[in-house]
Every structure is written in C-alpha cells, then in structure tokens.
Design a protein around this ligand. Structure first.
Ligand SMILES: [Zn+2]
Length: 240
C-alpha cells in the first residue's frame, strides 16, 4: 500500500463500514489466536503427562469443539444484548421524534455546537439533516449508530466459532502430520509460526509497532504452552 494512504497512528479510528470491517477482522484474529493458544496449550499439557499421540489428538479435537461452541455462545449472548440496547435506542428516538419534533431539532443543533459548529451553522445542519432522515441523524449523532448496520448475533456467533476452529486446526494438523516421537515440538513450532502471523496482522490493524505486537502475542502463547507442559509433566500419569 502507498505509505501516504496508510492510517497514521495519531488519527482517530475510521468510521462507518471501514470501522466495521476492521472490527470483523480484529474479532477474527482474536478468535483464531484463542483457537491456536488454547488448543495447543491443552495438547501440550496432555503430551506433557506422557499421553499417546492418539490421546493428544483426541484432546485437540475436544478443545476445538468445546472452544468453538463456547466462543459461539459467548458471542451470541454479547451481540444479542448489544442489539437489544441498540433497538431500544431506536425506539426511544422514534418516540421522541413523534412527541417533540422541535425539541429534537434543538437537541441536534446543540450537539453540533458542542462539537464546534457556530450556533447558526449548527441549526442549519440540524434542519437539513432532519428534513432528510431525522431518525438516522439522531442515531448517528447521539449513539454513533447506523440502523442498517446492526450486528446479527447469529453471524457473529458463526464467525467467531469459525475463527476459533481455524486457529485450532493449526496445532491439530501439526500433531497429525509430524512423527509422534517429536511431540510436543511440532505443536510448539506450529503455534509460534501461527502466532507470528496473527501478531503481524494485529499490528497492521492496530497501527502499533509490529515488533511489540508480535512479541506480546508470542509471549502470551509461549507462556501458556510452558505452563500447561509443566502442569502436565507434574501429573505424568498417561490418560490412555
Ligand atoms: Zn434525539
């Protein structure tokens, strides 16, 4: 990309559909990260206890399924409650526009004044926006909400379950294709490589320094793997 077109870190976050695309991407990377770290940590922990390769794979598949469902349910609940409050804001604004249309123009004008427009310009802007689409104007100014872009809890749930599953597949495939005598190293190597990629993507989205973002993500993953390996090796009673 042309460096002049890249977002400067000191600029406010982009608005509208650009922001929602970035949010989706951010959620996808987070979900994939979760899948990578939790599945590989579980597999490494089970491997640390001396479990057979088949047992490690079974634990990995269980981690994928359990994690994907738990992500989906969590996302469904959170997006549903967000949508409920957005819908009630829409109803409230609709009612206010019916009850007190004049007062709503003043309210809009006031909010523009607070944001730096002169009283006359603020009033003109409020009038013109009210003529065009009063509900949309109020929702956008008061709640930064676009009534056509309410999140769907089902698509959010499916997307996060998918992102988690894709992340989970990385340590699973590594354990599947590598010789079982090498355990847990194939899982560790696959995890580190995958986290380098998600760290790089996070850095690009967040406009933060690439190295520090990758370092954070990697450190988190490596600590998780080391901790579960240690705990697993304490037990060292193979679960056949
Ligand atoms: Zn209003």
């Amino acid at each position: 990309m042309d460096p002049a077109l890249q977002r400067r870190p000191d600029l406010p976050p982009p608005v509208g559909s650009m922001a929602s695309k970035l949010n989706w991407l951010r959620a996808g990377v987070l979900g994939a990260n979760d899948g990578i770290v939790s599945t590989s940590a579980l597999m490494v922990g089970v491997a640390g206890a001396g479990t057979s390769a088949a047992g490690v794979l079974t634990a990995g598949v269980a981690a994928l399924v359990a994690g994907a469902f738990s992500m989906a349910v969590g996302e469904y609940v959170s997006v549903s409650s967000q949508r409920d409050s957005e819908r009630s804001a829409i109803r409230r604004e609709q009612q206010e526009l019916i009850d007190n249309p004049e007062g709503q123009i003043d309210q809009l004008a006031h909010m523009f004044e607070v944001r730096g427009l002169s009283p006359a310009t603020a009033h003109t802007a409020a009038l013109e926006l009210t003529e065009k689409d009063p509900l949309r104007a109020h929702l956008s100014v008061e709640y930064n909400l676009d009534p056509d872009e309410l999140n769907n809890p089902w698509s959010a749930a499916i997307a996060s379950a998918l992102a988690f599953s894709i992340g989970s597949l990385i340590p699973l495939l590594a354990a599947l294709v590598a010789p079982s005598a090498w355990m847990p190293w194939p899982i560790v190597v696959a995890t580190v490589l995958a986290l380098l990629v998600t760290g790089l993507v996070s850095a690009r989205i967040g406009a933060s320094g690439k190295r520090i973002a990758m370092f954070r993500v990697l450190l988190g993953g490596v600590v998780a793997l080391a901790a579960t390996w240690f705990i697993g090796s304490l037990f060292h009673t193979p679960v056949h």
